[in-house]
Unconditional design. Structure first.
Length: 201
């Protein structure tokens, strides 16, 4: 049986193979025995470097599985995804594995569709924003102390050159504080969850 053809589905299997081969995202279909019965070319390209003849292999032969495996969760009827780290010749990549249950019409999940998505760029950008948020936090603590001290001094010194200088200092510190808070609010929405899981591929 050639890669990408679903066993036992004849022309329908070939049609499905043609359809998913036209998709850029790596996709695979697994049956209830957790065997890969259909996979598109991008998926085969993603795993074939280490695993020849992907079709017919059990999922456990290609990934670690376990309770956190999105495929196992999908067979319970729940869409699931997990972020995994892949280390190879290309360096470190972050792969999002997603699994979707396919109801066979008999009240049970007969197949699961798994897709892979390289989210390395998004993850690296998220790490940059995470560091920025930590940097903002480090600025905020001494900034708060400096602003409080300056305001106390401004309340105690008489009007004059010193009071004017403190007013400028306070105004600048408040401006820095506003910018820091704005950065914190912006990068909070740009942070993706990280995972220490190692990709099986």
């Amino acid at each position: 049986m050639r890669d990408g053809q679903m066993s036992g589905f004849g022309d329908c299997g070939r049609f499905l193979s043609t359809i998913i081969d036209s998709l850029r995202r790596p996709l695979a279909v697994l049956d209830r025995e957790r065997r890969i019965v259909l996979a598109n070319r991008p998926f085969l390209a993603a795993v074939r470097a280490k695993h020849a003849g992907v079709i017919g292999q059990y999922c456990a032969e290609l990934c670690r599985g376990g309770s956190g495996c999105p495929v196992e969760r999908a067979f319970s009827g729940v869409e699931a995804s997990v972020l995994e780290q892949r280390t190879g010749a290309e360096g470190t990549r972050w792969i999002e594995r997603s699994a979707f249950p396919v109801d066979g019409g008999n009240g049970r999940v007969d197949y699961v569709v798994e897709s892979l998505r390289d989210v390395t760029a998004e993850h690296e950008l998220s790490e940059v924003w995470r560091r920025h948020r930590a940097f903002c936090h480090e600025i905020s603590n001494p900034l708060f102390a400096a602003l409080g001290t300056a305001e106390l001094m401004a309340n105690e010194v008489p009007e004059g050159a010193m009071a004017n200088e403190l007013s400028v200092v306070i105004r600048n510190l408040k401006h820095i504080d506003a910018l820091t808070r704005q950065m914190q609010e912006q990068n909070a929405a740009c942070t993706l969850p990280a995972s220490s899981e190692q990709s099986p591929f």
